[in-house]
Write a new protein. Structure first.
Length: 416
């Protein structure tokens, strides 16, 4: 088939949205001829990667807004308004392409948020929307543990979601989607409420098979102090405050233990002060931001990964830890609650902050004193990633969805 892929974020050797965009391109190109609309500032990294991995079925279309509109988009400031306008401009590029190519379907890959529209939905071909997230919500009982900045963020996030759900262009996207792919069951429920006809839970965090095999070849560490690791941006909703408090309780009973925190963000100073107040500053190492390769090496240097996020959609850190054979302790919420199954890690119910801290500390202790259970969970986690979370398996599953969309639904679609 001739497929148009909209991937605002698309870069090789990156995590998060850029890596998702790049890997969707690679997988779609295994089965179909694909035209990719992406930002012009991704071009250098893409062309460098293509010198090592040719993608003959891919046609790259680079598009950006004029320079005067890019000037004020620094970091995350102005990102969403810019993205909204980029989507509008990309639609006109896509419409010209469709007149020449006659696409069989269009797939919006990135950004993956359900409350922002994609204007390529206006093309007269079936739309695959996603995977998208953002429908996950932090339990209200945990708001009281947030900083003022965190509370403001949650209020603004809730407002943005409500405004997005009222946006007629978001509702139009939902109605025109032949199928919407959701990262979590919470987002799936929001998509259905918006009017999506067909939805399926399809997490987009995955690893290439070659990388999974490399990670699975590393042994468990048994000759060092028990080491716990958390990896991700230091944001209030990542739950690192809960993780630090749980580690402090655990550390009092197991002083030969360490907690590595990898990442940077607005909560860093607050978390450092908390570690000092809890009396574990000497046992907690804040590594700051590291490259993805260094992050993987540090995962391999730990025994357990602690991921106490309160509304994470589909975190890569959990998939990478499981592929490395490290059991993950997480909250039974959002994406981690789907990624970590019974027998591959420990999921903790999120009722109150005090209950979560106590249960996380108990989970750490159970794994620290039982190396055999730790190893068993790690091996099961490795096997789960190979079967459920490889990009190659995701590509095969997506190809089946494409076939379903383009045949019975596509032929009966009045827009064609």
């Amino acid at each position: 088939m001739r497929v148009l892929l909209s991937a605002y974020a698309c870069e090789p050797d990156k995590g998060s949205e850029p890596g998702i965009g790049w890997n969707w391109v690679r997988q779609v190109a295994r089965f179909h001829e694909v035209w990719v609309i992406t930002r012009a500032n991704n071009r250098e990294a893409i062309e460098q990667a293509l010198t090592n991995e040719a993608l003959p079925n891919v046609h790259w279309v680079y598009f950006d807004l004029p320079g005067w509109m890019r000037f004020w988009k620094k970091g995350e400031r102005g990102l969403h308004p810019y993205y909204y306008l980029w989507q509008l401009g990309a639609y006109f590029v896509a419409r010209r392409l469709h007149r020449r190519v006659r696409f069989d379907l269009v797939h919006h890959a990135t950004f993956g948020v359900y409350w922002m529209p994609t204007f390529v939905s206006l093309l007269p071909v079936p739309l695959v929307w996603g995977s998208v997230g953002g429908g996950e919500t932090c339990p209200r009982a945990f708001w009281r543990s947030f900083s003022f900045r965190g509370k403001v963020f949650e209020l603004l996030r809730g407002l943005a979601r409500r405004l997005g759900e009222c946006d007629p262009l978001v509702r139009l996207t939902a109605r025109r989607a032949a199928i919407a792919l959701a990262n979590t069951v919470q987002t799936q429920a929001r998509l259905r409420a918006l009017g999506c006809r067909q939805t399926v839970v399809f997490p987009h965090s995955a690893l290439p098979t070659q990388e999974i095999r490399q990670l699975t070849s590393y042994p468990h560490h048994q000759d060092c102090a028990f080491r716990v690791l958390s990896l991700g941006r230091l944001l209030h909703w990542k739950g690192y405050e809960l993780g630090l408090k749980a580690f402090a309780q655990f550390h009092r009973r197991h002083p030969a233990s360490e907690y590595w925190v990898i990442g940077d963000g607005p909560e860093r100073d607050r978390l450092k002060r908390l570690a000092g107040g809890l009396g574990v500053a000497n046992a907690v190492v804040f590594w700051g931001s590291v490259t993805r390769v260094d992050g993987l090496e540090r995962i391999l240097g730990c025994h357990v990964v602690l991921h106490p996020a309160l509304h994470d959609s589909s975190p890569m850190a959990v998939v990478e830890a499981m592929a490395a054979g490290r059991p993950v302790i997480c909250l039974d919420l959002g994406g981690p609650g789907l990624q970590v199954s019974e027998g591959t890690g420990i999921r903790v119910e999120a009722v109150t902050p005090e209950q979560v801290v106590a249960d996380l500390a108990t989970a750490l202790e159970n794994l620290a004193i039982d190396p055999r259970r730790r190893a068993k969970l790690g091996e099961a986690a490795r096997a789960r990633i190979e079967v459920e979370f490889s990009w190659e398996r995701a590509g095969e599953r997506l190809a089946a969805i494409y076939e379903k969309v383009a045949s019975p639904w596509g032929s009966a679609d009045p827009r064609r």
